[in-house]
Design a protein around this ligand. Structure first.
Ligand SMILES: O=C(O)C(=O)C[C@]1(C(=O)O)C=C[C@@H](O)C=C1
Length: 171
Protein backbone atom coordinates (compact mmCIF):
# COMPACT_ATOMS: atom_id res chain seq x y z
CA UNK A 1 0.00 0.00 0.00
CA UNK A 2 2.77 2.47 -0.82
CA UNK A 3 3.22 4.71 -3.79
CA UNK A 4 6.44 6.21 -5.06
CA UNK A 5 6.18 9.98 -5.05
CA UNK A 6 8.03 12.19 -7.52
CA UNK A 7 11.50 12.53 -6.07
CA UNK A 8 11.48 8.97 -4.82
CA UNK A 9 9.90 9.54 -1.40
CA UNK A 10 7.64 6.71 -0.26
CA UNK A 11 4.29 7.59 1.16
CA UNK A 12 1.44 5.36 2.28
CA UNK A 13 -1.46 5.58 -0.17
CA UNK A 14 -4.37 7.33 1.53
CA UNK A 15 -7.02 5.01 2.92
CA UNK A 16 -10.11 5.55 5.01
CA UNK A 17 -9.07 2.87 7.53
CA UNK A 18 -8.06 5.26 10.32
CA UNK A 19 -11.15 7.43 9.80
CA UNK A 20 -13.38 4.36 9.85
CA UNK A 21 -11.75 3.09 13.04
CA UNK A 22 -12.73 6.36 14.74
CA UNK A 23 -16.22 6.23 13.21
CA UNK A 24 -16.68 2.74 14.68
CA UNK A 25 -15.36 3.87 18.07
CA UNK A 26 -17.94 6.66 18.04
CA UNK A 27 -20.68 4.17 17.12
CA UNK A 28 -19.63 1.94 20.03
CA UNK A 29 -19.86 4.90 22.41
CA UNK A 30 -23.53 4.92 21.32
CA UNK A 31 -23.96 1.79 23.46
CA UNK A 32 -22.85 3.81 26.52
CA UNK A 33 -25.16 6.68 25.57
CA UNK A 34 -28.06 4.22 25.26
CA UNK A 35 -27.26 2.67 28.66
CA UNK A 36 -27.12 6.13 30.22
CA UNK A 37 -30.47 7.10 28.68
CA UNK A 38 -32.04 3.78 29.66
CA UNK A 39 -31.54 4.85 33.28
CA UNK A 40 -32.08 8.60 33.01
CA UNK A 41 -35.10 8.32 30.71
CA UNK A 42 -33.67 11.23 28.69
CA UNK A 43 -34.79 11.27 25.03
CA UNK A 44 -32.43 9.98 22.34
CA UNK A 45 -32.62 13.33 20.53
CA UNK A 46 -30.97 16.37 22.09
CA UNK A 47 -31.23 19.09 19.41
CA UNK A 48 -29.36 21.66 21.54
CA UNK A 49 -26.34 19.37 21.97
CA UNK A 50 -26.45 18.50 18.25
CA UNK A 51 -26.40 22.17 17.27
CA UNK A 52 -23.45 22.78 19.62
CA UNK A 53 -21.52 19.95 17.96
CA UNK A 54 -22.32 21.15 14.44
CA UNK A 55 -21.45 24.81 15.20
CA UNK A 56 -18.20 23.72 16.83
CA UNK A 57 -17.08 21.46 13.96
CA UNK A 58 -17.92 24.17 11.44
CA UNK A 59 -15.66 26.61 13.28
CA UNK A 60 -12.91 23.97 13.52
CA UNK A 61 -13.23 23.18 9.81
CA UNK A 62 -12.62 26.83 8.90
CA UNK A 63 -9.54 26.88 11.14
CA UNK A 64 -8.26 23.62 9.67
CA UNK A 65 -8.86 24.74 6.08
CA UNK A 66 -11.50 22.14 5.14
CA UNK A 67 -15.02 22.73 3.87
CA UNK A 68 -17.41 23.56 6.76
CA UNK A 69 -20.52 22.26 4.96
CA UNK A 70 -19.13 18.83 4.16
CA UNK A 71 -17.55 18.67 7.64
CA UNK A 72 -20.93 19.40 9.25
CA UNK A 73 -22.62 16.85 6.95
CA UNK A 74 -20.07 14.24 8.02
CA UNK A 75 -20.80 14.88 11.71
CA UNK A 76 -24.55 14.96 11.13
CA UNK A 77 -24.17 11.42 9.76
CA UNK A 78 -22.19 10.39 12.87
CA UNK A 79 -24.96 11.73 15.12
CA UNK A 80 -27.61 9.87 13.06
CA UNK A 81 -25.55 6.70 13.44
CA UNK A 82 -25.49 7.11 17.22
CA UNK A 83 -29.28 7.41 17.16
CA UNK A 84 -29.58 4.18 15.14
CA UNK A 85 -27.64 2.41 17.90
CA UNK A 86 -29.52 4.12 20.73
CA UNK A 87 -32.99 3.45 19.30
CA UNK A 88 -32.10 -0.15 18.48
CA UNK A 89 -30.72 -0.93 21.93
CA UNK A 90 -33.46 0.93 23.84
CA UNK A 91 -36.15 -0.93 21.88
CA UNK A 92 -34.37 -4.23 22.52
CA UNK A 93 -34.00 -3.56 26.25
CA UNK A 94 -37.65 -2.45 26.50
CA UNK A 95 -38.71 -5.78 25.01
CA UNK A 96 -36.12 -7.82 26.96
CA UNK A 97 -35.53 -6.12 30.33
CA UNK A 98 -33.47 -9.11 31.44
CA UNK A 99 -30.91 -8.15 28.77
CA UNK A 100 -30.78 -4.49 29.80
CA UNK A 101 -27.67 -3.06 31.46
CA UNK A 102 -27.69 -2.89 35.25
CA UNK A 103 -25.94 0.47 35.44
CA UNK A 104 -25.56 3.45 33.13
CA UNK A 105 -22.55 5.75 32.74
CA UNK A 106 -22.80 9.50 33.32
CA UNK A 107 -23.82 11.28 30.10
CA UNK A 108 -21.40 14.14 30.77
CA UNK A 109 -18.48 11.74 30.94
CA UNK A 110 -19.62 10.08 27.71
CA UNK A 111 -19.88 13.48 26.02
CA UNK A 112 -16.27 14.21 26.97
CA UNK A 113 -15.34 10.97 25.20
CA UNK A 114 -17.36 12.05 22.15
CA UNK A 115 -15.66 15.46 22.17
CA UNK A 116 -12.24 13.78 22.19
CA UNK A 117 -13.32 11.63 19.23
CA UNK A 118 -14.52 14.77 17.42
CA UNK A 119 -11.02 16.23 17.64
CA UNK A 120 -9.50 13.01 16.29
CA UNK A 121 -12.11 12.74 13.53
CA UNK A 122 -11.43 16.32 12.44
CA UNK A 123 -7.70 15.58 12.15
CA UNK A 124 -8.50 12.55 9.99
CA UNK A 125 -10.88 14.57 7.81
CA UNK A 126 -7.98 16.94 7.09
CA UNK A 127 -5.74 14.00 6.20
CA UNK A 128 -8.27 12.39 3.82
CA UNK A 129 -9.64 15.63 2.41
CA UNK A 130 -8.48 14.94 -1.17
CA UNK A 131 -9.76 11.36 -1.07
CA UNK A 132 -13.20 12.50 0.13
CA UNK A 133 -13.68 14.47 -3.07
CA UNK A 134 -12.43 11.75 -5.40
CA UNK A 135 -15.72 10.06 -6.30
CA UNK A 136 -15.43 6.36 -7.11
CA UNK A 137 -11.97 6.10 -5.53
CA UNK A 138 -13.49 7.33 -2.26
CA UNK A 139 -16.47 4.95 -2.56
CA UNK A 140 -14.13 1.99 -3.02
CA UNK A 141 -11.84 3.03 -0.16
CA UNK A 142 -14.88 3.43 2.07
CA UNK A 143 -16.30 0.01 1.16
CA UNK A 144 -12.95 -1.62 1.95
CA UNK A 145 -12.52 0.28 5.22
CA UNK A 146 -16.08 -0.50 6.35
CA UNK A 147 -15.85 -4.20 5.53
CA UNK A 148 -12.49 -4.47 7.29
CA UNK A 149 -13.58 -2.46 10.31
CA UNK A 150 -16.91 -4.28 10.72
CA UNK A 151 -15.14 -7.64 10.64
CA UNK A 152 -12.35 -6.51 12.96
CA UNK A 153 -14.85 -5.28 15.57
CA UNK A 154 -17.29 -8.19 15.03
CA UNK A 155 -20.09 -5.67 14.50
CA UNK A 156 -23.60 -7.10 14.78
CA UNK A 157 -26.39 -6.14 12.38
CA UNK A 158 -27.45 -3.07 14.40
CA UNK A 159 -23.92 -1.67 14.51
CA UNK A 160 -23.36 -2.46 10.81
CA UNK A 161 -26.53 -0.51 10.05
CA UNK A 162 -25.13 2.36 12.13
CA UNK A 163 -21.84 2.17 10.22
CA UNK A 164 -23.80 2.41 6.96
CA UNK A 165 -25.64 5.49 8.27
CA UNK A 166 -22.36 7.02 9.49
CA UNK A 167 -20.90 6.59 5.99
CA UNK A 168 -23.55 8.52 4.04
CA UNK A 169 -21.59 11.81 3.98
CA UNK A 170 -18.00 10.54 3.85
CA UNK A 171 -17.51 10.56 0.05
O1 LIG B 1 -25.15 13.46 23.70
C1 LIG B 1 -26.18 12.80 23.55
O2 LIG B 1 -27.19 12.96 24.27
C2 LIG B 1 -26.25 11.81 22.47
O3 LIG B 1 -27.26 11.13 22.37
C3 LIG B 1 -25.16 11.73 21.48
C4 LIG B 1 -25.50 12.49 20.21
C5 LIG B 1 -24.21 12.43 19.34
O4 LIG B 1 -24.10 11.49 18.55
O5 LIG B 1 -23.34 13.28 19.53
C6 LIG B 1 -26.63 11.82 19.52
C7 LIG B 1 -27.93 12.25 19.63
C8 LIG B 1 -28.31 13.48 20.34
O6 LIG B 1 -29.29 14.18 19.64
C9 LIG B 1 -27.13 14.33 20.63
C10 LIG B 1 -25.84 13.90 20.53
Amino acid sequence: NTTVQPGGAHQTAPSLDALTELVIQRILVGDDVAASKYFSGKPVDDPVREQQILDSVRASAVQLGIDPDSTAAFFRAQIEASKVVQRGLLAYWAAHPDKAPTSGPDLNVIREKLDALTTQLLAELVRVDDLRGSGLRCDISLAIANATGAAHHHLDLLHRRALHTASTATC
